[in-house]
Ligand binder design. Structure first.
Ligand code: IDP
Ligand code: MG
Length: 134
C-alpha cells in the first residue's frame, strides 16, 4: 500500500478527558507519523465544510454545535495506508458498537462524544486537510 496522508481530529471530549497522549501514542505505535498538529477551536465555517456530506440529517446541527464547543487537536497523519489504519484504530462510529482496544471502544461516551474524527478516503483526506491547514 502507498504512503498516504489523512486528517484526524481529537474531538472536544477527547481533549477534555485527557486522551491526547494516549491517542498519539497509538498512532505512533501503529507506524504512523504526526506531520502537522494544532490545538485550537474549529470555526463554524470549518465545521460545516468538514461535515458537508451530513447537511440536512437530523444530527447535523448538534454535530456542528458539538465540534465547535471546545478545543480540538487537528492533525495530519501520514504512513502506509494511513487512511484505513487510522479508521481501524478509531473503531466504529457508535462507541457502544466499537470494539474494545479501539479508541472509540475504549474512550467513547456517545455518538457525539466519540473522541475522534478521521477521513474516510484519500479524497476526503485531501479535502479535509485543506479545510484545517492551508
Ligand atoms: P465517522 O465519524 O465514523 O466517519 P460519520 O457517519 O461520518 O461517522 O458521522 C460523522 C459524525 O457525526 C460521527 O462521528 C458522529 O459524531 C456523528 N453522527 C453520525 N451518525 C450519527 C447519528 O445517527 N446520530 C448522532 N450523531 C451521529
Ligand atoms: Mg465520516
Amino acid at each position: 500500500m502507498a504512503i498516504q496522508k489523512t486528517y484526524s481530529m481529537i474531538k472536544p471530549d477527547g481533549v477534555r478527558n485527557g486522551h491526547i497522549g494516549e491517542i498519539i501514542n497509538r498512532f505512533e505505535r501503529a507506524g504512523l507519523t504526526v506531520e502537522r498538529m494544532e490545538l485550537g477551536m474549529v470555526t463554524p465555517e470549518q465545521a460545516r465544510a468538514n461535515y458537508a456530506e451530513h447537511e440536512g440529517k437530523p444530527f447535523y446541527d448538534g454535530l456542528i454545535a458539538y465540534i465547535t464547543s471546545g478545543p480540538v487537536v487537528k492533525m495530519v497523519i501520514s504512513g502506509e495506508g494511513a487512511v484505513a489504519k487510522c479508521r481501524s484504530l478509531m473503531g466504529a462510529t457508535n462507541p457502544a458498537e466499537a470494539a474494545p482496544g479501539t479508541i472509540r471502544g475504549d474512550f467513547g461516551l456517545n455518538m457525539d462524544e466519540n473522541v475522534i474524527h478521521g477521513s474516510d478516503s484519500p479524497e476526503s483526506a485531501e479535502r479535509e486537510i485543506n479545510i484545517f491547514f492551508n
